[in-house]
Design a protein around this ligand. Structure first.
Ligand code: HEM
Length: 204
């Protein structure tokens, strides 16, 4: 899309911020992913919730592996070490009576490529950090329909009361690290992660 789409009152084109750009680029995919995740259904069952968490673990494990590789190679200016979430998925599954053996045997998505630049890494993190915002809506729905206690809601609690603060830190790190000439690279990377997750959720 054109980075200079919107017009400010002076008539000068206004530049989109990186996160505005990523939101616009990925909007259709976000919509598609919402439609394949069943968690807002009033008749959601505990078994469906468990199956969903297993699928998410199978995607987040290799994805976080790529993020860890990236930060070992390029450093941690994006606070990647504070943004890992697979331990929350495992904790929820244990609380839902899935055995440690079954958790360890979860099939993993093997299509996730290494992350080779900061702009790409920002695209990946945009997807999983943005997901913590929508998670707050999902959490409320899970409590309403499944009456789950906090021990089974670790993943969808995410950063809890720190959610917005973590998002704002990410937004400013990302904006400082990615030059406007690399917005498209971040956008491509975010779209690719959404595409792979969608494919994974549909297939598994
Ligand atoms: C049923 C499933 C989902 C629902 C209902 C949902 C809902 C939402 C909502 C309400 C927001 C806006 C939150 C706010 O602005 O405070 C949001 C943002 C976002 N969600 Fe989701 N979401 C879902 C699944 C996902 C998944 C699976 C991902 C990716 C792993 C994801 C990635 C994002 C991103 C990147 C944003 C940030 C958009 C921005 O730039 O503002 N969402 N979601």
């Amino acid at each position: 899309m054109n980075l200079e789409q919107s017009i400010v009152p002076s008539g000068r084109p206004a530049k989109l911020s990186l996160l505005e750009f990523l939101k616009t680029e990925t909007a259709p995919q976000h919509q598609a992913i919402e439609s394949v995740i069943p968690l807002l259904k009033p008749d959601l069952t505990l078994a469906e919730y468990r199956t969903h968490l297993i699928k998410m673990l199978g995607f987040y494990l290799p994805l976080e592996g790529r993020l860890a590789e990236y930060s070992r190679k390029f450093g941690d200016a994006l606070s990647i070490a504070q943004r890992f979430k697979t331990q929350w998925l495992s904790a929820d599954l244990l609380a839902l009576a899935v055995s440690a053996e079954n958790i360890a045997d979860t099939p993993n998505c093997d299509n996730i490529s290494p992350i080779s630049s900061t702009a790409e890494c920002v695209g990946v993190l945009y997807v999983i950090e943005g997901a913590t915002l929508g998670a707050q809506v999902i959490r409320r729905s899970l409590i309403k329909h499944l009456e789950l206690d906090d021990t089974k809601l670790r993943f969808y609690t995410g950063y809890g009361s720190e959610t917005l603060a973590m998002w704002h830190v990410f937004r400013s790190q990302a904006q400082n690290l990615v030059d406007e000439s690399a917005y498209n690279e971040s956008g491509k990377s975010a779209c690719e992660i959404f595409r792979l997750l969608l494919e994974w959720l549909r297939a598994s």
